[in-house]
Design a protein around this ligand. Structure first.
Ligand SMILES: NC(=O)c1ccc[n+]([C@@H]2O[C@H](COP(=O)([O-])OP(=O)(O)OC[C@H]3O[C@@H](n4cnc5c(N)ncnc54)[C@H](O)[C@@H]3O)[C@@H](O)[C@H]2O)c1
Length: 397
């Protein structure tokens, strides 16, 4: 899986960075997407946090050294810097790592006016975000996402969190966290050059989720399928545009429902399409996207892709999504090179029990986000377990 042809070659320079504004009153911020945009980090900190004296970097240890050194040097020209390098994994998105981050901030005497910079994928962004939200009851953070998934999704919207270990040793995803909007998001496209094809594909899953959610007349479904079928020569510009459009879509949901409080349809909860299924299978040690167990566990995006398929099939079982739309969703997931069936999953009953542990479950009732059409996704309550069980069987090999 780590070799293949999914990651497009990204060689040409981008013409200009793109900006997306997230309007949240006093918590508003901008997302900057482009090449060489990390070189503006020092300026951004001077402008956004003029009273800061120190900047604490929390860095994913797979981010290429040159990018890290460049970012630290830019900021080092205007502020005192310190950095903590961490290995990103779901088990390490933990209370222990949160404590490591908090102790690091305390050891460097980071103050309320200072700034934390998260430089990494969704795991580092969520973890550093929670550290920033809780250290001294909250310090500002700038999110610098370095994976496709974190650029189009995790870095925008202020959700932070860690996983908790349950009594049986499995992980309860994102079970502790907070909302802490960043001061800014700086998405450096050069960071994508070092992603393995598998990691790149994992990011495509959230892009497909957004395309399924976006209104049919938005053109996002077509832009996504164009990108997936495009020739390498055109992928680069399409990718920058695709990321911008995805950030815009996510920002729209965040602006409408910052803390995921709107009941029913229209709220931020719709962004969880595929996630209750996905979270239930994401951290299982023996589930691999290929026949090779060495590729286990699933990546977040791979689990979300399988979760979207299970959601589409549940909707089909319930008679609310037509077969043609199910086929389109399956086809786009296959086109992205994401898994559609995997070995080693526990029984549907066991997966259902894990889904009931998901934090989106209320009062023992199974609520899921289901597609009713491409461009029409809704929250459904009081779900038939038989429909879910039968849908789960379709993602099993
Ligand atoms: N807060 C939110 O709104 C939100 C939304 C979606 C997902 N998430 C969370 O995001 C996490 C998944 O994020 P992810 O897919 O970015 O994965 P990740 O953070 O686990 O990163 C995946 C791997 O990529 C490596 N990596 C990071 N940047 C790299 C680079 N530039 N080059 C090479 N390797 C690099 C990491 O070290 C790690 O090994 C999950 O924990 C999920 O729950 C949060």
């Amino acid at each position: 899986l780590d070799s293949g042809d999914a990651a497009p070659p990204i060689t040409e320079p981008d013409p200009r960075p793109a900006w997306v504004h997230v309007e949240l009153g006093p918590r508003s911020y901008d997302v900057c997407i482009g090449r060489a945009v990390l070189s503006s980090l020092g300026n951004a900190i001077q402008g956004l946090a003029p009273r800061s004296r120190s900047v604490a970097f929390i860095i994913d240890d797979h981010v290429p050294a040159a990018l890290v050194a460049g970012a630290i040097a830019e900021v080092g020209a205007v502020r005192t810097t310190c950095s903590l390098h961490l290995a990103a994994s779901e088990p390490a998105k933990s209370l222990g790592s949160l404590e490591t981050c908090l102790r690091f901030l305390a050891a460097h005497r980071i103050e309320r006016a200072d700034v934390v910079v998260a430089l990494g994928g969704g795991i580092i962004g969520d973890l550093a975000g929670l550290a920033a939200a809780t250290y001294r009851r909250g310090v500002p953070i700038i999110q610098c996402p370095t994976t496709l998934l974190s650029m189009v999704d995790a870095s925008v919207g202020g959700k932070t969190g860690i996983n908790l270990a349950s009594d049986d040793g499995s992980l309860l995803k994102n079970m502790a966290g907070s909302f802490h909007q960043p001061l800014a998001v700086i998405a450096e496209l050069a960071a994508l050059d070092s992603l393995s094809p598998r990691l790149f594909r994992a990011g495509l899953a959230e892009i497909i989720k957004h395309a399924t959610l976006a209104p049919a007349d938005s053109g996002l479904w077509e832009l996504t399928t164009n990108f997936l079928t495009s020739t390498p020569a055109s992928t680069h510009h399409l990718l920058a545009e695709l990321i911008r459009r995805n950030v815009e879509l996510k920002a729209g949901y965040v602006v409408a429902d910052e803390r995921e409080e709107l009941p029913g349809s229209g709220g931020r909860a719709l962004l969880n399409l595929g996630h209750t299924f996905g979270h239930a299978i994401e951290t299982l040690a023996n589930v691999s996207p290929t026949d090779d167990l060495a590729d286990a566990p699933l990546m977040h995006g791979e689990a979300v892709a399988l979760g979207m398929l299970a959601a589409a099939r549940t909707a089909f079982e319930l008679g609310t999504l037509d077969g043609d739309s199910v086929s389109k969703i399956v086809a786009v997931i296959e086109l992205a090179g994401l898994p559609t069936r995997v070995r080693g999953l526990p029984s549907p009953t066991e997966i259902l029990a894990r889904m009931m542990d998901d934090k989106k479950t209320t009062g023992g009732d199974l609520r899921l986000i289901l597609p009713f059409a491409i461009g029409d996704v809704r929250m459904v309550e009081h779900l038939s377990r038989a429909a879910v069980t039968s849908a789960l069987r379709t993602i099993m090999r």
